[in-house]
Structure formats: C-alpha cells, structure tokens
Design a binder for this molecule. Structure first.
Ligand SMILES: [Zn+2]
Length: 312
C-alpha cells in the first residue's frame, strides 16, 4: 500500500444535517475549516455546496488536491451509488465518479463507519494490527472492517454491519427471572435486529420494556454507575444482547482488535464491561483488551477521510 503523506487532501464528513469540511496536510490530522448545512433534497445544490467549499479554501493548495468524503449511508463499490435514507439528493448518483468529473480532482467516498475503522486502523487504537473491526455504538449499531490497512468494501457496501439480521436470543435470565427479548421492526425491513436494541436508543427501549420507565440513555447509564437496581438490570440485558453477536463477529472475522466509536464509546466502564463479556466467550482467548474505545470517537469521519484520500 502506498501512503503519500506529503500532499494536501480536502476532507468532508457528510451527515444528514451538516457537512464538516477540512484540510489534511498529513494523514490523521485534519484542520476543520467549515461546517455548512447538507443540501439533502437537491443534487445540484449539493454539488454547488462542495464547489463553494473548495473555492473558498483552495487558495493555498494545489488546484487538483484530492477530496475524500466520509458519508452517512451505504456506498456501493459496484455502482458507486450512495444509499442514505436521510440524504435523498444522493439517490441515483455515483458520488465519487460524478464529483471527480465536476470538481476536476480525485474524489473518493466511503461510509462513515468505514472511515472510523480506517482512522483507527491507521492512526488510532488499531494501529499496525492486521484485522481491525470498527464498531459504532451510537443511536444505532454499525461497523466496518479494515484488513491489513485496506478497507474491505463488501457487496453493496455492506461489511461488518453486525446490527442487521435477527439476533437469535429470544429470552434473557435477569435476577432469576426469564425476560422475553423484544423483537422490534427495524428500519432495514427485518425484525429482531440488534440495531433496535444495541445503541443508545436501544438502551432506552430495553429500559422501557423491562421497567415501563421512559428515561434517556444518559440517565440509565448514570443509574447503572450509581448501582440502581433497575438500571443495572437494563444494562445487564444490554451487555448480554450486544456481547453475543459481537462475539460471533469476532469469531467469524478473527478480529485482532475491535475499536468502538459512537456516543456510547465515551462511557469507558460500559465498554470495559462489554470487553470482559466478549473475551469470556470468544473461541480463542485474548489476554489483552479486545473491545476498546476509539481514539477518534468524534472525528472518525474526517480523520478516516484523511486516510482514505491517500490510499490507492
Ligand atoms: Zn435491521
């Protein structure tokens, strides 16, 4: 793999609400230059927004400095199309190919969870390790896989998406009581996906299911840390439900390390508890921590783009 760290790379992190735009002079380092609203309804307005960002900030770098984009949604390696439910302006467009032509520079595009995994594998907690799985525990559950430094772009842009596909467990034993695991309809069209129970919203859904209380994930986690009986039950249920599919993914991929991003990654004791559960169950034992909080929990998209834009 060629790593060219000498040239400047523009980086953009495109979400359903905002485009964060920055310049990277060196892999792993990005200076944020602007944050603008994402034109979600019109392709032409989106292109215009990118042109304006490049024009405004392009004075000090080469006219053909590459642009690397981290985006919400799935990026198909076959068609280049980006399927992002919250950005309908992308529908039907090959983002990388079309922008490369229009913006007259090399444009590369990857999904935001994939960019997080790339960032961690190259300059973060997975540095130098052969099989790095990046998992997102945010509002929902996502993931990406980097193998020997290269992002694995699976069929339709799906790799490491352990949040979708029904979890097999139908009940849990909590304090000697059997509790039914709710089987919820997921945005992907299936029911019973971990995505509905494994993220911050999932903690809230589990807490409601178990205790008929509507609390925020922050309140539940605070309760868990304070030893509240109900919150402890909810997080025990969460740990069981999340650790099992994660163990399966570790066994399937032979992960060297699992790096966690998303809002829940900043709850250090929760990730430590998850690590302990997973390491108790993997086929091959890990003497060192396996599931660890990422270094780029908040900037994974931009930092990952700074790596992506330098890959061949
Ligand atoms: Zn699903």
């Amino acid at each position: 793999m060629m790593v060219n760290t000498g040239t400047a790379v523009f980086c953009a992190d495109i979400g359903g609400s905002f485009i964060k735009f920055g310049l990277s002079r060196q892999q792993g380092e990005v200076t944020v230059l602007a944050k603008v609203a994402t034109p979600t309804q019109s392709w032409d307005e989106f292109v215009l927004a990118m042109q304006m960002l490049l024009n405004e900030h392009g004075a000090e770098v080469a006219a053909d400095a590459p642009l690397a984009i981290s985006t919400a949604g799935l990026v198909s390696p076959q068609s280049g199309e980006v399927m992002a439910t919250n950005i309908p302006s992308f529908a039907g467009h090959n983002l990388a190919a079309e922008l490369t032509q229009i913006l007259k520079r090399k444009v590369s595009v990857a999904n935001d969870a994939d960019c997080f995994a790339l960032a961690e594998a190259h300059v973060g907690e997975g540095l130098g390790l052969p099989i790095v799985v990046g998992i997102i525990l945010g509002t929902g559950v996502g993931g990406g896989l980097v193998f020997n430094g290269q992002l694995v772009r699976g069929h339709g842009g799906v790799t490491g998406e352990w949040g979708h596909g029904a979890i097999t467990r139908t009940e849990l034993l909590l304090d000697n009581k059997l509790v039914r695991v709710p089987r919820l309809l997921c945005g992907c069209g299936q029911s019973g996906c971990l995505d509905m129970l494994g993220g911050a919203r999932g903690i809230e859904r589990l807490h409601f299911e178990l205790h008929q209380q509507t609390l925020t994930s922050h309140q539940i986690i605070e309760g868990w840390q304070a030893g509240s009986f109900q919150a402890v039950q909810t997080l025990n249920a969460w740990l069981a439900l999340v650790s099992e599919p994660l163990t399966l993914m570790v066994n399937i991929l032979g992960a060297t390390r699992v790096v966690v991003g998303g809002g829940l990654a900043s709850v250090i004791p929760l990730i430590a508890a998850l690590d302990q559960r997973v390491r108790e169950s993997t086929l091959h034992k890990y003497p060192q921590p396996l599931v660890v909080p990422g270094k780029f929990v908040n900037q994974g998209g931009l930092v990952g783009a700074s790596v992506l834009g330098r890959q061949r």
